[in-house]
Design a binder for this molecule. Structure first.
Ligand code: ZN
Length: 393
């Protein structure tokens, strides 16, 4: 890893990443509250690292345009592997967070780490050469659908993907790509994408993912709340009185996920004679108004609504974003969650609450991975996992 950036350089990068247009030296100085001249050292350092560039955009009329700066898209490359319960995506992003490429593998996570990661790493290596990014410094983010120890990047006793428990994902990936690797929970990546790309003004943002599992992610004052070890936000395995003692795949009974997780919905609807194999099948049936599926999903979503209400009471978020494949079922899902939140939370907690569906699409995990990569590259967050990285040679 190169020398760490100065605090001033980090702030400059933070300002530039949040702007949609290049920023003049005068405006940068105003953001930092310093004189223009004092920026020279940090700007020179950032240009020499190729992290920023002078914008080539010229003013349309009159006079000499002011010198403006923007992030250099080639400054770094972020590879993202987003492992989900029933599909895995790989993407490549530039230093502005723009996705250059993405690929999809439809495979259940239970197929095991070797199968899924071998495909992901090979795909990522291909993308790096295809996009001629071999010379650019690469950072790899891996999102996993289970509890990830923040300090070490290990998956700890996952409720699903039990064949991943204890598997050293970082060692596997670094043995095939010589780059620092960060392992993160998949819903945390979604939460980061929602905050950075759609709700940067949110002070307390809660994301609920309704997919094969039910997960939660929290961004508070711009930072992911991972908890002491990385287990924060695991709303799917909180208990619900409405779950009526249903058996969960984590071993407990009465979890929210045991009723409202995609896997549980599939099991129940199959037992009632419907032809469904995954959460998308379920969502499509609800969208098309199939009565058995619609009634059951509505009841299951009330369980989610109750759990989200408890989270709202505990955290008083200003923004709750509902994400995941279940959104394909249509507006009814969001409406049922909203109903539960307003029924069970106190008025003060819901007074200015915005409860919205994610609009970032199926690549949201990749987009979030790119944002985490930028956070790390600009020096805005320190990941203890990176201290564990030793280059291959
Ligand atoms: Zn559970």
């Amino acid at each position: 890893m190169p020398q760490p950036l100065s605090d001033r350089a980090t702030v400059i990068l933070e300002v530039l990443r949040r702007q949609t247009a290049p920023v003049s030296r005068t405006d940068l100085a105003a953001h930092l509250g310093v004189a223009r001249a004092t920026l020279t050292e940090a700007l020179t350092d950032l240009e020499s690292r190729a992290l920023i560039q002078e914008s080539t955009t010229t003013a349309s009329t009159g006079g000499r345009p002011p010198q403006t700066f923007e992030l250099n898209p080639s400054g770094a490359t972020i590879g993202v592997i987003d492992v989900g319960g029933s599909r895995t995506r790989v993407g490549l992003a530039d230093f502005t967070g723009r996705l250059l490429d993405d690929a999809l593998l439809t495979e259940n996570v239970e197929a095991g780490p070797e199968t899924i990661l071998a495909w992901a790493v090979a795909t990522l290596n291909d993308m790096v050469s295809t996009h001629d990014r071999d010379g650019s410094s690469l950072l790899v983010i891996v999102g996993l659908p289970g509890p990830v120890d923040f300090a070490t990047g290990e998956v700890v006793s996952p409720p699903i993907m039990s064949n991943w428990s204890g598997f050293d994902v970082r060692a596997f990936v670094t043995s095939k790509i010589d780059a620092p690797v960060i392992i993160e929970n998949d819903v945390n990546l979604i939460a980061l994408a929602e905050h950075r790309l759609d709700y940067p003004d949110a002070k307390v943002l809660l994301v609920i993912k309704l997919g094969t599992g039910v997960g939660g992610g929290l961004v508070i004052n711009g930072e992911l709340l991972r908890g002491a070890r990385g287990a924060a936000g695991d709303i799917g395995h909180t208990q619900s009185t409405r779950a009526h003692g249903a058996q969960c795949r984590c071993g407990h009974v009465g979890c929210v996920e045991a009723v409202a997780g995609g896997w549980a919905l599939v099991q129940t609807l199959q037992s009632r004679g419907l032809d469904v194999t995954n959460i998308t099948d379920v969502a499509v049936l609800v969208r098309d108004g199939e009565p058995t599926a619609s009634n059951h999903v509505r009841a299951a979503t009330r369980v989610v609504g109750q759990a989200v209400a408890q989270a709202v009471s505990l955290l008083n978020p200003d923004t709750v974003v509902i994400a995941g494949e279940m959104l394909q079922a249509g507006d009814a899902v969001l409406a049922t969650v909203r109903e539960g939140v307003y029924q069970y939370s106190l008025p003060l907690a819901t007074h200015d609450l915005r409860l919205v569906p994610s609009s970032l699409g199926p690549l949201v995990g990749l987009k979030g991975g790119a944002q985490l990569g930028i956070d790390v590259l600009v020096g805005a967050v320190h990941m203890p996992q990176l201290d564990l990285h030793t280059p291959a040679n």
